[in-house]
Design a protein around this ligand. Structure first.
Ligand SMILES: Cc1ncc(COP(=O)(O)O)c(C=O)c1O
Length: 415
């Protein structure tokens, strides 16, 4: 980031802190059968958490974490190369049942990218980044670029451009990697899984690395995620996942297509050799959450959330509310154009008792400011309805006071 961009980002973030819509602190509080969060002494309904199934508060997961810390202490302070808690193997084995393929755990999804990408991608390969791929993949790609691998960016979800680039790059490179997200974390749109699967079958040199952090738990068999709800894991597909969102715990992993790749990552990933392992609490929590994912209960939770998601998108249509993507995921983005509109609308929502996420530069381009709303089991239909009624008032206010045009605002999101 150049100095002026850095200054711009600093100013925008500092403003959100000053007006009380960013950099807030909170703790959970009871809200009938659900949970709310406390911000500055106010009970606020969260539409800003990625804990989609509200598993973070599940007593069994908390008990698993406590039992593990009592048995093992907080942290086994040694590299996995020499010694690891047997709970690590237990967690990877049960997670392999959730994903139907070998799993390697990392303390964070970010560290999974840092560990896996430099090992999987060779200097003779080429990398194609989706324009919207998550910032953590872009960061890890810089490590690959530094070793001399060719990296280029294509327009978001543009399959025609992707295929053209595969055809061109396969003439000069051994493997062509496409790096993308399963569910894009700001706009909630999705990876075109079936079309990518067709390209994997068509071009021998084509490989895919997909980060489905936001697709886990609420989608897919046993909560294995959005991508695996659409296709089976292809032998040339690497899946990065997060357990810090829908799974209600923490940590990240790579789901490997075979045992060779699992061993390669376990033996040689930088973060597993040179930094510490997952804390024992996380391992205990992961095992407990996996048991829930492997039980019929996960379907009940997924169905409850799907009903709420359907209600949300149906009501958005009925109320004429604009969304950047209408893919029925728990993440939705209301475009608002300039950052000042987020200061106004964010404050309105907070005053009405709702927490939403400000979509501001550098998380989105400067002209793509908006509000991100996340549908979770912290809410019910009446909460969703109240939120959407406020959203309607916000857009009516913008139209009245600013000559605000939804069509003009949405133009900045194309391409
Ligand atoms: C798509 C995606 N990948 C990776 C991450 C980072 O995950 P972690 O906090 O486990 O490093 C995030 C975080 O929000 C994300 O949205």
């Amino acid at each position: 980031m150049g100095k002026s961009l850095l200054e711009k980002a600093y100013q925008v973030i500092d403003e959100t802190k000053k007006i009380g819509i960013g950099h807030l602190s909170t703790h959970s509080i009871q809200n009938g059968l659900k949970k709310a969060i406390n911000i500055h002494g106010e009970k606020v309904i969260p539409f800003s958490l990625s804990d989609y199934l509200m598993l973070m508060h599940d007593e069994r997961i908390i008990a698993g974490a406590i039992a593990s810390i009592k048995e093992n202490g907080f942290n086994l302070s040694i590299s996995r190369e020499f010694l690891h808690l047997d709970k690590t193997d237990e967690a990877e084995e049960i997670l392999a049942k959730v994903f139907h393929n070998p799993v390697v755990l990392y303390p964070k999804t970010t560290l999974a990218h840092v560990g896996a990408l430099p090992l999987l991608i060779d200097r003779k390969d080429a990398v194609i980044l989706d324009h919207h791929v998550h910032a953590t993949i872009q960061m890890a790609s810089d490590m690959v670029r530094a070793r001399g691998t060719h990296i280029e960016v294509i327009r978001h979800n543009n399959l025609e451009q992707l295929e053209q680039r595969i055809i061109e790059l396969r003439k000069t490179h051994k493997k062509i990697w496409y790096l993308a997200d399963g569910v894009y974390s700001m706009y909630g749109d999705v990876f075109p899984a079936k079309e990518i699967e067709a390209l994997l079958n068509k071009y021998e040199e084509f490989y895919v690395y997909v980060d489905d952090a936001h697709g886990i738990s609420w989608a897919g068999p046993n909560g294995s995620g959005y991508v695996l709800s659409q296709i089976r894991q292809h032998p040339k597909m690497i899946l990065a996942v997060s357990f810090g969102k829908g799974f209600g715990v923490g940590g990240g992993a790579i789901v490997c297509p075979d045992d060779y790749i699992k061993k390669l990552l376990v033996y040689l990933s930088g973060p597993l050799m040179f930094t510490g392992p997952l804390e024992s609490t996380t391992l205990g929590g992961l095992i407990a959450s996996s048991k829930i994912h492997l039980s019929p209960e996960i379907v009940v939770l997924q169905d409850r959330l799907k009903a709420l998601i359907d209600y949300f998108y149906t009501r958005c249509d009925e109320l004429g509310l604009p969304l950047v993507s209408k893919a029925r995921t728990p993440t939705a983005y209301f475009p608002m154009g300039k950052p000042e509109n987020i200061y106004i609308s964010g404050k309105i929502f907070f005053d009405e008792g709702f927490s939403v996420t400000a979509g501001l530069y550098p998380a989105v381009p400067v002209k793509n400011a908006g509000l991100r709303v996340q549908i979770t089991l912290y809410q019910d239909e009446s909460d969703v309805e109240m939120l959407l009624q406020i959203m309607k008032k916000v857009y009516d206010l913008f139209k009245k006071e600013q000559n605000f045009s939804i069509e003009e605002t949405l133009k900045h999101f194309k391409g």
